[in-house]
Design a protein around this ligand. Structure first.
Ligand code: DGL
Length: 277
């Protein structure tokens, strides 16, 4: 019989974006232990060249899987999932991965106007994976891909408690809004896990109201359903949930944010030692 693993779920993103998924999962999986990994040394993923990023993520996972032995790994990042989820499953066949990919199927099912936009990083917009989702599910509507160079970094700024420029938000989301033959875009897919943190800003600066589709809860439900079938070792009493930073030195505001989420910040190299603000 295979060794039982700890009841640990690892959540992975380039920065703070995956917290939008983690906060949902913690509600649904209260008896699990969580390790949140922010690859902040490599942020932003949206600007990376594909082969280099795939190689980088694979190498990092080799370390993370050995160090934390999670029963479940959630790639809480569209930019990483659309590029590397199939590859990770191939390279680490004994592992369970949950991916995060643009919610094109639900958007295509729900739209009334037939005009849908997908707001994502430039990386996610370029991916063959994303284009295939549109071919598969979005052929009956008009799907516009909108790649933003700045919104993920703006979400980081916002979550550090700093001001962000409303005009810049307006400019970044403006291409999502189409008008065609008297119809208007009625759904925008938030296809980057950083963006749910900015959704109130988006609502405020949008030229007209739309549904903003956020997949965080659906991903958390998928993780819970896979977790339900697993034989795992119970969490040790008082085991803290962790926030791991690949840079080893995140900004003090980010450390406080992690603590606000109930996560104990640690750096990857010395993960036993907490990082102090
Ligand atoms: N949070 C990531 C995503 O869901 C992207 C942020 C970045 O560019 O690193 O796509």
């Amino acid at each position: 019989m295979a060794d039982k693993r700890p009841r640990t779920a690892l959540f992975f993103d380039s920065g703070i974006g995956g917290l939008s998924v983690l906060r949902e999962a913690r509600v649904l999986m209260p008896d699990w232990h969580f390790v949140y990994v922010a690859d902040d040394a490599a942020f932003p993923y949206g600007a990376w060249e594909e082969d280099a990023l795939r190689g980088h993520i694979t190498e990092l996972f080799a370390v993370l899987l050995t160090q934390y032995r999670p029963s479940l790994s959630v790639i809480a990042c569209n930019t990483a999932s659309t590029l590397a989820i199939d590859h990770l499953r191939k390279v680490f066949p004994g592992e369970t991965f949950v991916g995060t990919v643009p919610a094109i199927k639900p958007a295509a099912e729900r739209t009334r106007s037939g005009l849908v936009s997908v707001l994502a990083t430039p990386g996610t917009v370029k991916r063959e994976y994303t284009r295939e989702l549109i071919r598969q599910y979005g052929s009956k509507c008009h799907v516009r891909l909108v790649g933003s160079n700045n919104l993920a970094a703006m979400a980081e700024t916002y979550m550090r408690g700093e001001m962000i420029d409303e005009e810049e938000v307006r400019r970044e989301i403006a291409p999502c809004f189409m008008e065609k033959d008297g119809r208007r875009t009625d759904i925008v897919v938030l296809a980057c896990t950083h963006y749910p943190f900015l959704v109130n800003r988006f609502r405020k600066t949008a030229p007209w109201p739309v549904d903003w589709i956020d997949t965080s809860e659906a991903i958390a439900r998928r993780a819970k359903s896979l977790a339900g079938d697993m034989e795992t070792l119970p969490v040790r009493p008082n085991e803290p949930d962790l926030a791991v930073f690949t840079s080893g030195h995140p900004a003090p505001e980010i450390l406080r944010l992690m603590q606000g989420f109930g996560l104990t910040p640690v750096s990857l190299e010395t993960s036993a030692d907490p990082v102090h603000p």
